[in-house]
Design a protein around this ligand. Structure first.
Ligand code: DQA
Length: 148
């Protein structure tokens, strides 16, 4: 049976392609979704690609994931820097988690340089653009196959 993963995107990532292209590039959210689906299919991973602007909805999605998915890739966006609730929900998920950021949060404003989830996730990717999603899928595939 294929492993199942979920890619969770936080606030404003639905506007990729439109928002701050200097930070996030020109790829649209729809194109990113397509690219992630294609790479996951190549690796025989079943993928769900989701986004919400609402903190509580993200907490619900993370909670529900524990019985449905083998791994989480999360770009919590602005909530990375503020949400204890998302951190707590991720801590309940006892399987691999990859934290992802399109931009290099450590090269940006001071308030972005603190992630509330980095110390509880399996690993992270940041600053590599939208391609980071593809790298995260490959890494998750290896983690789930114990090839890391
Ligand atoms: C982001 C970085 C966050 O600081 C920001 O709030 C985002 C996107 C990134 O992918 O680089 O919305 O998570």
């Amino acid at each position: 049976m294929n492993n199942k993963i979920i890619i969770i995107n936080g606030p404003n990532l639905n506007l990729l392609g439109e928002r701050e292209q200097s930070q996030y590039g020109s790829i649209t959210f729809e194109k990113l979704r397509e690219n992630c689906k294609k790479k996951s299919q190549e690796l025989n991973l079943d993928v769900e690609f989701t986004q919400s602007n609402v903190e509580g909805e993200l907490v619900d999605i993370i909670q529900d994931s524990r019985n449905k998915f083998d791994g989480i890739i999360i770009n919590a966006a602005a909530f990375t820097h503020t949400s204890v609730a998302i951190r707590d929900a991720l801590e309940i998920f006892k399987k691999p988690i990859i934290e992802l950021h399109i931009s290099n949060i450590y090269k940006r404003e001071e308030f972005r340089q603190k992630s509330l989830i980095s110390d509880i996730v399996t690993g992270g990717i940041f600053g590599l653009g939208a391609n980071g999603y593809i790298l995260a899928i490959i890494s998750m595939h290896k983690l789930l196959k114990n090839e890391n």
